[in-house]
Design a protein around this ligand. Structure first.
Ligand code: ZN
Ligand code: ZN
Ligand code: FE
Length: 745
């Protein structure tokens, strides 16, 4: 990995051992020549690994003997260009403790300077424009170092030795503050830039404390921020952003402040303070000082700690939690170019805190959670990308995996590395499509990959599929969606299978041209067999049924079996028509989706009839469920999981007036038990003992907990995700593993 202080570390180690030689970066990685007494050279080689700096990831050490030169002293040599590029670009790294001390040290020349960084921290991936990782190949190229910074940069004993983004108030980027003067919000006038430098920061802090919405340029894009304990401020942001009820994340100054908002266990504290500084989904305290609009009706709250000096200054300055959400309107991609941000965010923000260091690659905040002490990613982006995932197989010819559609990522495979992209978003408009295609080109340049094999989903309407099919001169590999889910889980666990794969998600194209989503597979990286699935049902109105879960209830229950249910009364005008259309299979594709089953149950139990975002009904059903209830509905499993009986049992309980918390629990427990039963049947016939769980439905903590618990009690070995999300953000890795496996045969 470049830019993590490895060369200065080598320099220091060689000097300490009295060895002569040199160290440098080339496109292959780091090269070192040392000479001296044999014992000392051996000591050097072993401490090379054991004492390496915190951010260094040592992939491999190749050592060969060369003739001594009689050289004296140890030097760091310039980067060499040319040849095959293999050196890795580091993800962005949160401000380190040393830099934080300087930031708040009155006597330091970088006191309150919002861009302080060093070899151990600071921007990387978001500012890199090319390789090798040197200042001219970053968005810091336009800032000439002052003599003081140059001295630190050139001094091998300094913490900033060869820190490419090194800068200070005298030579580096500056922040500025703008306020929008508008009465009607239809005509916007930009006043003169009001404040610069520290005054700009103070003005932003004041505006936030005053309840204003401020657009803030961060590391991977613009955020919209508002003080989180002020209901008018938060609801104003919500209304202007056209975001109805999806929860906002909050940023707090430190771990202590996080404890005030939520219950934080050891694993969660470790994630909060980890160098990627993700948003961590935590169990919210009842008395958390948060405005109701932050996360309406949600048991969880997404919390993150500051990860740049700018965020540290703001969080401390405001002294209260801040809502920090992507700078966009509803589902658009996050704004990261200044002119675009000014245009798109001016109707939302009262003021702007911006700066003049360009962002080269847009990256959203990552979202993660802790499951049984291990990380379970939800969105893998800033701070994680483009760190490679080590593959269990060698990639023969370079692979591009184009991903799916929602929560899109792509991946490049080379040698035994998979470079999974940052989160691109939902591929449904020109902007996200452009991020995808430009992202592919950027990654191909950075990692020197020229794809010979291109993997894609089987869904003919996915924009990622269409993109793949237009690439000339490559071998195309279509990968079934749920096979890709299981393959991604296998690959990140360093396994090749075969395993029992349980893939539960929203929707994915099946090989029989129906829509799958509740699948039990026998799968390895190369191939799969569908051995069991959730009972299929028509999805009346197609995509309409995704937005309106009550339609799934109508599909399952029909006209007669819905008698006496409130959901039928609420949709009395359309219920019979929708139920008949489902029965007659008119505009009603057939699906075995687990996500749609959750939708039906959410509608029948009165939780939600219409959703504002994907997965909302299932999330709210989970939240409404009483986890202390242990009993389950009976649910038969043979070559299908008999979901119809399950839906009817739910309807009976609703009619009998059973509490929704109890119904939810019986439903979750039944589905978890069905997973165990299905796995057990496969074990009896095929002798497989390992189960891999994947698909977006396994973001449901209760279902996951119950399924893992049940499987382990039945002596199964269980594979879960910990590097890559179980949702469609992980599809690209799975496609890559499948295509690479096919290509190696
Ligand atoms: Zn630092
Ligand atoms: Zn400087
Ligand atoms: Fe999926």
């Amino acid at each position: 990995m470049q830019g993590v202080g490895f060369r200065p570390f080598i320099h220091g180690l060689a000097n300490e051992l009295g060895l002569a030689g040199l160290v440098g970066n080339d496109v292959e990685g780091v090269f070192i020549e040392v000479e001296g007494a044999a014992g000392l050279v051996d000591a050097f080689l072993s401490r090379l690994r054991s004492d390496a700096p915190p951010l260094a990831v040592i992939d491999r050490v190749d050592a060969t003997a060369i003739a001594p030169t009689g050289r004296r002293g140890f030097t760091i040599v310039d980067s060499l260009h040319g040849g095959a590029r293999r050196a890795l670009v580091s993800p962005d790294v949160a401000t380190c403790d040393d830099c934080l001390v300087e930031l708040f040290d009155l006597a330091d020349r970088r006191y309150r300077y919002p861009f302080v960084n060093c070899t151990n921290c600071g921007p990387r991936f978001t500012i890199v424009t090319g390789v090798p990782y040197d200042r001219p190949n970053t968005t810091m190229a336009g800032f000439a170092m002052c003599p003081d910074c140059r001295r630190e940069y050139d001094d091998p004993t300094d913490r900033r030795f060869h820190a490419q983004p090194v800068c200070c108030p005298a030579c580096g980027p500056t922040v500025s503050f703008w306020r929008w003067k508008d009465v009607s919000r239809s005509v916007i006038h930009r006043q003169n830039a009001e404040e610069e430098g520290d005054a700009a920061l103070c003005a932003a802090v004041e505006a936030l404390r005053d309840g204003k919405v401020v657009a803030i340029k961060g590391l991977g894009g613009y955020h919209l921020a508002a003080i989180a304990n002020d209901e008018p401020a938060v609801s104003t942001l919500r209304a202007r952003k056209h975001r109805e009820d999806r929860p906002f994340a909050v940023m707090v100054a430190d771990l202590g402040a996080a404890h005030a908002l939520a219950h934080v266990d050891e694993g969660e504290a470790a994630l909060l303070t980890s160098t990627p500084r993700p948003i961590v989904l935590l169990h919210r305290r009842q008395d958390a000082p948060l405005a109701p609009s932050v996360a309406p009706g949600n048991r969880f709250v997404g919390v993150m700690l500051p990860y740049t000096p700018l965020h540290h200054l703001l969080a401390r300055g405001v002294g209260a939690p801040l809502v920090v959400t992507s700078g966009n309107v509803s589902d658009e991609p996050i704004a990261y170019r200044d002119d675009d941000a000014l245009e798109r965010l001016s109707p939302i923000a009262d003021a702007f805190l911006t700066h003049n260091r360009p962002i080269h690659i847009r990256t959203d905040d990552s979202v993660t959670r802790s499951f049984r002490g291990r990380e379970l990613p939800v969105r893998r982006s800033r701070g994680y990308a483009p760190r490679p995932v080590r593959l269990p197989i060698r990639v023969r010819r370079p692979v591009l995996a184009c991903g799916a559609e929602l929560k899109h990522t792509f991946a490049l495979g080379k040698d035994d590395h998979a470079f999974v992209s940052h989160h691109i978003g939902d591929l449904e408009n020109y902007e996200t499509m452009r991020s995808f295609t430009e992202g592919v080109e950027h990654f191909c340049r950075l990692f020197d990959v020229h794809p010979a094999v291109v993997a894609h989903d089987l869904h003919p309407e996915y924009l990622s599929t269409k993109y793949a099919l237009e690439i000339a001169g490559v071998d195309l590999v279509g990968v079934q969606h749920h096979h890709a889910h299981i393959a991604s889980c296998l690959a990140e666990n360093g396994e090749t299978g075969p395993v029992i794969g349980v893939a539960f998600d929203g929707l994915g194209y099946g090989v029989d041209s129906t829509i799958w989503g509740g699948e039990i597979l026998i799968a390895d990286l190369a191939d799969f067999e569908r051995v069991c699935h959730l009972e299929s049902v028509p999805m009346p109105g197609g995509t309409m049924a995704i937005k309106e879960p009550w339609r799934m209830a109508a599909a399952w229950l029909g006209r007669e079996d819905a008698a006496g249910l409130a959901v039928r009364e609420r949709h009395a005008d359309h219920w019979d028509t929708v139920a008949s259309a489902a029965r007659a299979a008119i505009n009603a594709p057939v699906t075995s989706s687990a996500g749609r089953l959750f939708d039906a149950v959410a509608a029948i139990t009165g939780i939600r009839d219409r959703v504002n975002y994907e997965g909302q009904a299932a999330i709210e059903l989970e939240q409404a469920t009483d986890p202390s209830v242990g009993d389950a509905y009976a649910l038969a499993v043979d070559d299908i999981i008999h979901a119809r009986d399950l839906v009817h049992a739910v309807a009976d309980d609703v009619r009998a007036g059973v509490d929704v918390g109890v119904i939810g629990a019986r439903f979750h427990n039944a589905l978890a038990q069905a997973v165990v039963d299905a796995a057990d049947a496969v074990r009896q016939h095929r002798g497989l003992e390992t189960v891999a769980l994947s698909g977006g439905v396994f973001q449901n903590q209760l279902l996951l907990e119950r399924a893992v618990g049940g499987l382990q009690s039945a002596s199964f070995r269980v594979l879960l995700h910990s590097q890559i999300p179980p949702n469609d953000g992980g599809i690209s890795l799975g496609q890559l593993a499948v295509a690479a496996s096919a290509d190696s045969r």
